[in-house]
Ligand binder design. Sequence first.
Ligand code: ADP
Length: 457
Amino acid sequence: MLNKVLIANRGEIAVRIVRACQELGIQSVVAYSEADRDSLAVRLADEAVCIGPAAPARSYLNPPALISAALITGCDSIHPGYGFLSENPYFAEMCADCKLTFIGPSAETIRLMGDKVIGRQTMRAAGVPTVPGSEGELKSVEEAIEVARTIGYPVLLKPSAGGGGRGMRVAYDESDLLRAYPTARAEAEAAFGRGDLLLEKYLTNVRHVEVQVLADSFGHAIHLGERDCSAQRRHQKIVEEAPSPVVTPELRARIGADAVRGITSIGYVNAGTLEFLMDQDGQYYFIEMNTRIQVEHPVTELVTDTDLVRWQLLIASGERLTLQQNAIRIARHAVECRINAEDPARDFLPAGGEIEFYLPPGGPGVRVDSHLYAGYTPPGNYDSLLAKIITYGDTRDDALNRMRRALHECIITGIKTTIPFQLALIDDPAFRAGRHHTGYVAELLQRWKSEQAATVA
Ligand code: ADP
């Protein structure tokens, strides 16, 4: 069993990992930047070590600072959480070189799946359906045009090294594509240090459905059903749920088996997620794999009664995954709202300030993963996630009704949050009926904003 884990992350996920360590009797050390000295994770962990200034490049994205923090404090392993260095193969390699267990898959696997072009090719070779598009990375704008002619417009230009929904461009015809190509390359270069692009058919009216997988180092791999993350703003998830309202047990078995075949083909170890887009006929297409724990993992935990972060630690300790596929049951419905420090009435403008008062919701069927406390001022240097409110119930409606109660009950003063829009979303008739798609929130937001304006006027 691992003895002492360095947590190379912050915010709610650092707290989540501290909790899992404590329950397993593993020592935890939180690596924190100067801006996070007062964070909840620092208070809760067994130890804490400062790794540098607030700027992520000099702390949470600085491998030497993290590795030396782990070595100085006598850790035998590093949990990278999500974001930051969690999908950086060089970091995983450096950990291995320093005899630190990286809690995640091998550097080689991260490298394979971190590149969307190679990820797609690998999954296609394993018989997993992918979105129609370019074979490999685009060599020229002429090639982009040729591929677009074959698959038909609209098409999507995507950075091969992309993440967080950034740098994608839709083209509706050839002149669009001619214009978009150089911009997309430049954007990808600026954001990810690599201008490589791939081209995919741009699918509309689709759902984002992703499959959670777990695999141990003895070749045993399972899936834990799907999450539906179709409620997105600018390609970023805002509400997630499990199971998907459009996935039948037969479809779940099929997409799950594809996901397991895909990860088995690359000898995947630890927790991971395969993301798909699904059309109205239930046809699904792989888009990418995330080789880490995801923000929305709690909905899967609640419907399958598993602890994914605990399994990450056990698998990294060399333990066997004792869960069997036929024992995984989707027992409930769960929904997660990401509460961000943003003002939905002002186009989700990032909000700042001290949390004056904080009362998280409670009662039956409610879980809150958060690093907030009264008197805390979230630093403005990092992403704006304040809390994840997760509710569950026997049915989707039960879970959503609980979410309405929980959102009303939650008090966060001193800072603007996304709660007002989330309340509107969970009671929206199309969302309630489970009829939304990845473009739906943008439509609803337009209506919501004009309603808000009318109320104010
Ligand atoms: P990132 O790694 O930047 O998050 P993804 O490939 O995971 O990018 O895609 C993020 C979101 O962008 C998806 O959930 C979906 O809404 C949209 N998207 C990605 N690929 C396509 C596509 N081919 N057609 C339509 N929408 C897409």
